[in-house]
Design a protein around this ligand. Sequence first.
Ligand code: HXC
Length: 258
Amino acid sequence: MYETIQTRVEAGKVGVIALNRPKQLNALNDQLMDELGAALKAFDADDAIGCIIVTGSEKAFAAGADIAAMAKYDFAETYGRDYISRNWETMRSIRKPVIAAVAGFALGGGCEVAMMCDFIIAADNAKFGQPEIKIGIIPGAGGTQRLPRALGKSKAMDMVLTARMMDAAEAERSGLVSRVVPLDKLMEEALGAALVICSYGRLAVMAAKEAVNRSFESPLSDGVLYERRLFQALFATSDQKEGMDAFLAKRPAEFKGR
Ligand code: HXC
């Protein structure tokens, strides 16, 4: 069904999307971004799926936007058809958690796609970078905005201005990634995290994601109020009753997603 990605379902509830243009180190062209967007939307709409993992290969998560395709573009092409907003913004509309499982290169648009996910689990061979400056452009899918939020200004400027790569250890130290694991344990770790998330109440999971994302969009007072309203709303769910009853009865909770 797809040509540039592969999809599968693990344990009946985790949607896995693997970027798959191995000869180009998963360089992100229009077709791949269209297919990624379609797969994300399909998993988001599937009631059986509780969490999504986006990954690449052992050598590359993605080495950036496809330079061979971009090299031909001019201003009319990029501005005129709003190059990248069409299919690169889909990730922002996904309401279920999306984990990036990153091995190898996550450069340019690849680093940006990883940062659009909710959190990043990295293999110990992962390398992150925004090397666009080397080819006469700047990041165009949120790199200059999400990197400073993740790393702080100094490291973000360093990355964007020098184009240096950051290894997995530095990325974890700096807060860009949440965990680093040996390469051969990457998918196991990501799947483990996804299954933990799937074990919780679906509505609380979606509200938690929405609330954390709100922190990047609003002043603290608005964000805190937004969080409080979602918190209060969750008391209207049966999963809140079940979670608290189960705790008090010292038994595992059985969430229904309602
Ligand atoms: C198209 C790419 C590519 C890319 C690698 N390839 N990256 N093709 N677009 N972004 C291709 C190479 O041309 C080569 O094809 C094959 O993949 C293997 O790459 P090599 O360079 O031979 O591998 P290696 O020596 O291991 O070096 C790996 C690398 C290097 C360090 C990742 O490929 C590299 O620097 N790539 C470009 C990284 C980059 O600049 N990314 C930012 C792009 S701009 P052949 O046919 O020769 O085998 C961007 C803007 C985003 O992302 C803005 C939003 C849209």
